[in-house]
Design a protein around this ligand. Structure first.
Ligand code: ZN
Length: 476
């Protein structure tokens, strides 16, 4: 238990997983979320960008590690470890869905600590990342609770996910009031589960958001009673958006039908696979090729051209593929599209460039040596918000696939094995997936751009130094 001066500042981040900014705004406008409506009125409300891949797990690293996911070791929710340095068995296939989620901290670079390490006291609830979080600070950590989470996942039990949100929201509010906790991060998975099942603007999603609103109301009532509301910074965020999916491509089967032995979840035990198809969200995928040669590092393009150009061409023929990304080296990647041509993204010394080769896949025109702010501005109203920074970050990770797909609108890349039927999807670089809300209870000093801005802002709000190497900027 943390005993501290109740006049000290505190930060509470409530993450409404998968909530789109327009879904949240519509529910507030309709009077369904009165506590969040008061926050919006008295504080501020913004639309900011998440990361690519726009999927839970990797998309939590901005909030807790203050970093884009790829460069600290998490290229996606499912990926393949060519180096075979992680603990996975037998082939290096990684998935953080279900029980695999327990090992996500082990795959993050050792030097990447979390805000939990710095804050001086925490509450963490369904945080995905628990480095620096004491067992006593973690809600729902008992073996029985984790088993019930696994059962809820396997059954695709959306109603039970909503109930878990209510239980953990109540417990978090109680703990924060009792202990005057400096930092709290509480994720609510109901909005995402209901969005997958019913669509992003369904009544069930609004019901899940009411649980977040109830938690805001409880936190505010407690803080006002204790005279701490002025010094409590309460923020509502999300990690990714959603969009309707009408067509499911069974990408692993498509590639297998072309001849290679394919490794894909959930069955990752086949002999001597040649290609790993790792889908996340499910609107993005990493493909790792030439595995029979047991590569330990990414070769990059154009070195792969002679042997694998055919696969790039056949993938581009699929209507499910919007952007085909071919990592070249740690500095950049090529973007290919079926009808909008080819371009190259590169980054050096924190500057981002975009060179159309033929056509303009991102629709932003040639760009040269932009800083992170300008790179955000030039893409923010495009179909691919923050594409330059996100593609550069993904190209920089040695764990990225040899071919990376961002799916077309209306499509995802997995047609079987989902406990909850997917009527809505995410994971891609599309704006419906990349744009997320940020609502604050007090006015802020600077316009926030990205979810990576949240951690340095939280440290600033707590009066703590912001360590070097974070990817965002404080909005205080
Ligand atoms: Zn989801």
């Amino acid at each position: 238990m943390t005993l501290r001066d109740p006049r000290s500042p505190s930060v509470v981040v409530l993450l409404a997983d998968g909530a789109r900014p327009d879904t949240l705004a519509a529910a507030v406008d309709a009077g369904e979320l009165p506590a969040i409506a008061s926050m919006r009125r008295e504080g501020s409300s913004h639309t900011i960008t998440s990361v690519f891949p726009s999927v839970t797990g990797p998309a939590y690293t901005p909030f807790l590690h203050g970093r884009h996911p790829g460069p600290i070791g998490l290229p996606a929710l499912r990926w393949f470890d060519r180096a075979r340095k992680t603990r996975s068995w037998p082939h290096g296939a990684r998935s953080y869905v279900g029980i695999g989620g327990l090992s996500i901290d082990d795959d993050v670079a050792p030097h990447a600590d979390t805000i939990f390490t710095h804050s001086g006291g925490n509450v963490g609830s369904l945080a995905c990342f628990n480095r620096g979080l004491l067992p006593s600070e973690r809600l729902g950590r008992s073996a029985g609770f984790l088993l019930s989470l696994l059962g809820t996942h396997l059954r695709g039990d959306v109603a039970r996910w909503h109930q878990i949100d209510r239980e953990l929201g109540d417990e978090a509010a109680h703990r924060i009031a009792r202990d005057c906790t400096p930092f709290a991060f509480c994720a609510f998975t109901g909005p995402d589960k209901s969005s997958h099942a019913d669509g992003h603007d369904a009544p069930s999603v609004r019901a899940a958001l009411r649980t977040v609103d109830d938690t805001v109301a409880a936190l505010r009532a407690d803080a006002e009673r204790a005279g701490r509301w002025d010094r409590m910074h309460l923020w509502i965020v999300s990690d990714h958006g959603h969009s309707p999916v009408h067509q499911h491509e069974d990408l692993a089967q498509v590639v297998a039908d072309w001849g290679p032995r394919v490794l894909a979840h959930p069955w990752v035990y086949g002999r001597r696979p040649d290609v790993a198809v790792m889908v996340s969200g499910n609107a993005m995928a990493h493909l790792y090729v030439g595995l029979a040669d047991r590569p330990r590092a990414r070769l990059g393009w154009p070195a792969l051209t002679a042997k694998w150009q055919w696969m790039a061409e056949r993938l581009l023929d699929r209507p499910s593929v919007d952007l085909l990304l071919l990592p070249i080296d740690a500095q950049g990647c090529e973007i290919r599209t079926r009808t909008r041509g080819t371009a190259r993204v590169s980054a050096a010394n924190g500057r981002y460039s975009y060179h159309p080769i033929d056509g303009d896949p991102l629709g932003i025109g040639e760009q040269h040596a932009l800083d992170a702010q300008d790179a955000w501005d030039v893409t923010s109203s495009s179909d691919y918000p923050d594409a330059l920074v996100q593609l550069a970050a993904l190209a920089a990770t040695p764990r990225a696939g040899d071919l990376v797909i961002s799916a077309a609108r209306d499509w995802d890349l997995r047609s079987r094995w989902e406990p909850i039927p997917h009527r809505s999807t995410h994971g891609a670089l599309l704006r419906e997936h990349m744009l997320v809300p940020l609502v604050t209870n007090h006015p802020i000093a600077r316009r926030p751009l990205r979810t990576v801005d949240v951690m340095p802002s939280a440290l600033s709000a707590l009066g703590l130094p912001v360590p070097d190497g974070l990817d965002g900027q404080s909005f205080y």
